[in-house]
Design a protein around this ligand. Sequence first.
Ligand SMILES: [Zn+2]
Length: 301
Amino acid sequence: MTTEPLNRPGARWCAAAAAVLAISASTAACTSPDTDELQVWVSFAPLEYITERVAGPEVHVDNLTAPGADPHSQELSPARVAELGAADLVVYVSGLQPSTDEAIDQTEPAHVVDTLDAAIADVPGAAEPPDPSRDPHFWLDPIRLGLATQQVADALAEIDPDGAAEYQQRAGILIADLEQLDGDFDTALAPCAGATLVTSHEAFGYLAARYDLRQEGISGIDPEVEPSPARLRDVAAIVEETGVRTIYFETAANPAVAEALAADLGVETDVLDPMERPSDPDYLTVMRTNLAALERGLVCG
Ligand SMILES: [Zn+2]
């Protein structure tokens, strides 16, 4: 086994992984005793994806949101709060997770990237985005996720100047991928301009603003809150008036309300993944699946 003191989260993970694999930690290609690897915490899946791609294999990136947990209601243990305070960098979006906001205020980590800057940035080519205090899901606009990618690269370059060129190069490749994804959405959804997008969880305001859709959420911003009967009647009226053919729900939330409403109205249901508890860790893959669902279900010209 390695002689490295197990006082870093990455080291603990490494020892645990090595134990599971029944091999030595050094064979498991984890933290080398000689290098002082950067420890980065991210607050949920899409930020994990961009940070891992920019940081590369030399940096430990860990996610504050446990796999399958809802980031909106994620709580942090005192031990996790302390780890956050000791991190080299924390990447999050303020306003999504009260527990993370509090932990950052309390522990003041060395470097923090608040991707709210990407959410509120002036970006040409899209309609007025939602108020992020109400709908913080900016990562569903690939162009805004590209801005967050640049924020992460700039922070890493400042923390680790020797790696700056690599961080910036990897960020450039990811931003090009995101721009290509955006171009594919633009092309595919151009005939759907102005179409109504009925969703169970009102998480797609940024996507709607980018691609000229009108979002109507059944349960509002919190996927766990049951819609009122009045809201259900309103959504039913919108579906009938606009000829909506599909009500979208997300895999991680209970689809019962969306399915009951769709059955009442004689329309289909389909899945959109807001990537909070993603079906696949690869943002690009999930977004292409989302695009296919939109092309199938929206009413387009
Ligand atoms: Zn959400």
